[in-house]
Structure formats: C-alpha cells, structure tokens
Design a protein around this ligand. Sequence first.
Ligand SMILES: Cc1ncc(COP(=O)(O)O)c(C=O)c1O
Length: 568
Amino acid sequence: MNEFDEMINRSGTNSLKYDFMAIMNAKADATTLPLWVADMDFACPQPILDAIKARTDRKILGYSGHMTGEYFRAIGNWMQRRFNWYVHSSDIFISPGVVPALSNLVRALTSENDGIIIQRPVYYPFTNSIVNNGRKVINNALIEKDGYYTIDFDDLEQKAKDPSTKMMIFCSPHNPVGRVWTEDELRKVGQICLDHDVILVSDEIHFDLISKGHKHIPIDRLFPKENRIITCTAPSKTFNLAGMHTSNIIIKNDEFKKKWSAEVGSSHLGPLSIVALQAAYDESEDWLDQVNDYIDANLDYIGEYIKEFLPKAKYYKPEGTYLAWLNLSAYEKDYKKLSDLMVEEAHVLLDDGHIFGEEGNGFERINAACPRPILKECLDRIALVMNRVFTGNELRDFTYDTPWKTDQDYSTLVSGKKNYLIFLRYYGCTLCQLDLKRLIDRMSEFTEKDTLVSVVLQSDPALIHQQVKESEIPFNLICDPAQKLFQQYYVASGRSIRDSIGRSTLDKIKTANTLGLIHGAYEGNELQYPAVILFNEHGIAEYVHYGKELGDVPSIDEMLAKIGGNKQ
Ligand SMILES: Cc1ncc(COP(=O)(O)O)c(C=O)c1O
C-alpha cells in the first residue's frame, strides 16, 4: 500500500475541513464528504512529527524566538535548492499566515481608495484583503479557453498604468485555475508592474506542489536588481502544516520593511512551528517528491474519470497546486443550484467556483490531496447527480418488460404524449404499495389530462404476474430486476437505513400501517430512492424530482398540478 492511501480519521481533531464544515455550508452534515479547504488528508512527514515530539518532550512551551541561524538557513537553503533563488535572511519576515500578511501588506503599503490588481477567478481572501481595508479591487480577469487560462496582458498594462493603481496581488501558482506561469509570462507581469510603479505582491504559497513537466519560478528571481517585489512563502501547503501558522514573507525594500514592521509590530512563532519548519525544509524533501507523485496521479485520475463518467465537464489538469477546477456548467447552468446539488444531493462539500469571482460561476474546486478512494467516492457522488435528468433534457429511450409483455419500446409507447416515469422500489415494499394504491385511486385524473403513467419497479415480472391481473393495474408497469433503468436514469440509493428515513418516510410508514399494508417479498435494493420525471409531448423533461429519502415521492396532487390539474 502506498503511504498516501492511508485513511486517517480527522473527526474530533478541531479540523476545519471535517469538524467545521458548517462554516462553509450550513447544509453539510455527517454524511458529507469534505474536499474543500486546502489542506491534505495525508499524514505529515515523519521527521516533522518526530521533531514536534522531541520538542514537547522538553515539557515547556514558553515564548520562543525564530531568530536563529538554523531557522533562516533552512528557508534559504530550500529556496536555493528547489528554485535556484537566493533569499537573504534579513529579508525574511514571519507571519502567522499568508492571508493575514496580505492584509498587512495592503494596509502598510497602500492608502484608502488605492486600486489593487487581482486576476479572477482567484483565491477569494485576495478580494477580502482589499475590500475590508477600504481599497479598490481592479480585476484583470484571466482569459479562459477550453479550461486553460492565460493572462490578458493588454488589460493588465492598461490597469497598471492608472495612477491610482498601487499594488498587484499575484497568485503563482494560481489557485484555483492551477496555472504554473511560464518564465515569459512572469517576465511580462513583473515588467508591467515595475514600469508603472505597482508594488508586486506574489503569493507563492503553492510553489512546491507542481505537476510533472512544469517548473515553478519565483517571480522575484527574474528581477534580481529590483526590490519592489514581495514574495509570500510558507511550508504550510507543501508539508500539510497549515495549522502551525507559519509563513515567511520576503521583503527586500528597506522602506517596505519599516512599514511592514510598523504595521505588524513584534511577532513570534510558536515553539512547535519553529521545529516543524526546520524539519520540513531540512529533512522532508523526499516526502515532498513522493506526495507530488501521488497528487499528480490523482489529478490524472480525475481527468480519466471525467472522460468516462462526466463527459460534459471541462477539466484541464492543473500544472500546480492540488486543486482541481471543474467546469460543470454544461450539467447545471444555474451556479446556485449547482452548489445546492453538490451539498444537498451529492453530499460533497467543495469550494463553489463563484466564491472566486463571477468568472468561477458553474465551476467547483475539488481538493485532490486525499487518498484515491476518497477522491473516487467524491467523483462517484458528483457523477451520480450530474448524470441525472435535468429539466430541458431529452428522454433516454429504453426497452422494457412488463409482467405481461416483453421487449416494449418506451418512445413508441409515449410518442407524442405527455408521460410520467415514476421510479419506486419493488412490489412488496409497503411504501410502494401505498404509492401504487394512491396512483390507482386517482389514475383517471391523469388519463383525463392525456398523460401516460409508467411505474418502474425492481420486481421480477413473473412474480408480479402471479400476484395481480393486468386489468387491476391502470398504468404501465415496468419491471427492471437488473436495475438497468434505475442506472440509466441515475436514480440514487441511500447509504444506510438511518440516512434514508426522514420525517416524511416515517409518516408514510405510519399511514401504510394504518391502512393495513403489509410488506411482501423483498425483491431488490431496499435503499433504492424514488424518482419522478414528467416528459412533455416532445420527449423533453418538464418536471424532475429525485427523492432524497425512501418515501420522498411527490403527492398525487403535486404531480397532477404539473400537468395542469388544479388540486395543488
Ligand atoms: C493562494 C493562497 N494563499 C494563501 C492561502 C492561505 O494561507 P495561510 O493559511 O498561510 O493564511 C491559501 C490557502 O488555500 C492559498 O491558496
């Protein structure tokens, strides 16, 4: 087994990703799979855990200072070794995070109402650091073509030229679009900022997480004689140390250093952060190479999965970061509905694209730094929901058997007619008996509205044949014991009895009991959810309801209302 396949239980560790899902979306619950906030579900490198242990063995965790040769050498050597970038120790300023550093830099180096350039869709705290400090967002939106993003340099130059533009916050590699900027692109961005006296703050927090075939270049390295570029670095994303709150901001300009220090005041790192950083940069490079291989394979896996199971999604393998940026708008145009579908129906918690700016509408960001089985489960859940029928979609034709006829063609049956396709469970199921009884009682109202009704069950046609006569069933009864039709229409199943029975199912069970309905033979997947789809005369879905629990079938009144009945 690959060490990164290990499933580590993070619940109850104050994990933002697991224990505080509600911060991101109040609709997330215990069944939700969280692949949102950007930390990894992998164990930290062993040298870091050992160093922290050795430090706690010293028993006292008092005020600590990072100002030692070991600390600065660890950072300097890393930058030199990995990026051929010389960083002088006197230019390294600590910060509890890159996000607070951005706000501090905005406050220290710009004035109210100054313009600050960002490139949306981009990591949303960039916007917050500008707006919350009374500065103006100047958006140099990225250009997207087939999922690949580039920079609009003409627009950037125009915006940098404006005298009120004082700073650019640059994301390199870019979160969420996954670009690792080329030397040519970096030179152009740097030159435009320098030419127009725009301070360039380069957030390079993802700089160690680079896909095969790509190379990160710190933008500052390309302008060794200039000192108006500030680089935000950290071991946090690289080694899964985000909770240690340790980042290093590289500031070369003396005036900027003074303003930074005045803004930030004196600050210190915690004793565990200091040893963690040193063990990370000094002893964990092999681990990083291995984790990059694993993430690279995960990002490839997403591409293969999408080709096969989510063919309408657009995905361009990220060149850097472990964040997959998926355009799902071909499935659901309304980005708010898309977001609800993810959490309420697919039960996955992702970062919705719209939080990165309107350019991200219709996208979802998946954190791929997790064991492959978790990633697969997440994609399976998304595919199950995205491949459903949505209103406006065409009928998916099929042949079927009834208890009395075989090999019937559905589109021939419904040709030119409104038709309801109702997926229930199986004939013996008490809940289904109740739904069937209600339908039988009011079937004439559907017929009056010239609407055909077909009910799909997982039952064996021969078994129903023995129990009922064709004349007792006033609608078309489709038997699908192999559940092919359930699959073709992506009708989901519950994960467990507990998750599949809510208030409405309990009420229905009570009603069925009162009516004396008794469970018959078990003939299929008991956790199969229902679904109801109304196709119009042209075979286009007009109304779609995928049940969220076992008893979640729309009432007869609701179904009639959709075809012009008036009892709703
Ligand atoms: C581009 C970027 N900057 C900064 C951060 C967070 O930085 P920190 O945790 O150091 O505040 C993230 C986290 O996802 C990020 O993607």
